[in-house]
Design a protein around this ligand. Structure first.
Ligand code: NDP
Length: 327
């Protein structure tokens, strides 16, 4: 294809944006045959910084980079967009109530959903990275009634990748020997990183690791990895989050490999008792166009309880968002 794909990135001047844009422009998002036109959306006070990043992008002389435009208004930023990476969000600050956090993000993701509805390309694929990612995706989808809800997704691929890395280290096997690992629920500390179906070189993971390692080390390490990185690095994870965003879109566009699945926050169709309409992480496959939730997995009592707890949090967030009139 010679027509460039339009990729809109919000929060483009932030840490994740800085780790993301150069990889997109080099062809790592949509492959070596697809030129990209970048559209960067920022708040007005960060437009200057986004211009600096755009200068650096120019200076890389990427052959696939067809152009860069910078906006502080969502409408033109999403005009014609094929891919939307929604990274910019209002972070939780000390003493902030959940309602304040959700209101601030409703003010960001509602208008962005409306802009996508108004002007994005008919094949738009949206990934929400900015937290609370699942609920922000829910808000954006609610403001885009003409866009199929399945096009709105939330990122749990970083949690998935973190889980792969932890299991690989524990078993001494390479990450690509692992299949059928799942992150369920919310991208938050309540998420359920699930090894019950996972295999390592074809052997069930649970035959290789101790049950107490799973409950006492694996699950909390994956769920709290973001905080551990802030503690060690003095800043939140950015390159690994950008990497996971690239992985998510690449899998969406290329399809999942035969005999495996991945994890993504998608709009629930009621599968596994997750209320319809909620954006929850599931085991999913892609055929290159749409995600499908893997069906027919049996959840044992422990898994059920863990999934239910995370889904309860998502239901609470949905009710709060509705109560605030944000969706
Ligand atoms: P980052 O680029 O580090 O993070 C952006 C968002 O990604 C945050 O909501 C963050 O959540 C989230 N996130 C999701 N997964 C991860 C992860 N694994 N590690 C770290 N963060 C993760 O934030 P910056 O403050 O550097 O940049 C944000 C930019 O967004 C700023 O330039 C700001 O101006 C812009 N912005 C743009 C908006 C717009 O375009 N309309 C609206 C709001 C902000 P968490 O806070 O929970 O870490």
């Amino acid at each position: 294809a010679t027509t460039p794909a339009v990729v809109t990135v919000t929060g483009a001047a932030g840490q994740i944006g800085y780790a993301l844009l150069f990889r997109i422009a080099s062809g790592q998002l949509l492959g070596p045959d697809t030129p990209v036109r970048l559209r960067l959306l920022e708040v007005p006070q960060a437009v200057r910084a986004a211009e600096g990043t755009a200068m650096e992008l120019d200076d890389c002389a990427f052959p696939l980079l067809a152009g860069i435009d910078i906006f502080d208004d969502a409408r033109p930023a999403f005009d014609g967009a094929n891919v939307g990476l929604l990274v910019g969000a209002r972070p939780r600050t000390a003493g902030m109530e959940r309602g304040d956090l959700l209101s601030a993000n409703g003010g960001i993701f509602g208008p962005q959903g409306a802009a996508i509805n108004a002007g994005a390309a008919s094949d738009i694929k949206v990934l929400v990275v900015g937290n609370p990612a699942n609920t922000n995706a829910f808000i954006a989808a609610a403001h885009a009634p003409d866009v199929p809800a399945e096009r709105f997704t939330a990122m749990t691929r970083l949690d998935h990748n973190r889980a792969l890395a932890q299991l690989a280290a524990q078993t001494g096997k390479p990450v690509d020997s692992i299949r059928h690992l799942t992150i369920w629920g919310n991208h938050s500390a309540t998420q359920f990183p699930d090894l019950t179906r996972a295999t390592v070189d074809g052997t069930p993971a649970l035959d290789l690791v101790d049950p107490s390692w799973v409950s006492d080390t694996f699950i909390p390490t994956v769920a709290k990895r973001g905080a551990a990185i802030i503690e060690a690095r003095g800043a939140s994870s950015a390159a690994s989050a950008a990497n996971a965003a690239i992985d998510h879109i690449r899998t969406w566009v290329d399809g999942t490999p035969e005999g495996d699945w991945t994890s993504a926050g998608v709009v629930s169709d009621g599968s596994y008792g997750v209320p319809e309409g909620i954006v929850s992480s599931f085991p999913v496959t892609s055929d290159g166009t749409s995600w499908s939730i893997v069906q027919g997995l049996e959840l044992d009592d422990d898994s059920r309880a863990r999934l239910d707890a995370s889904v309860a949090e998502l239901v609470d967030e949905r009710e709060a968002v509705r109560g605030l009139g944000l969706a």
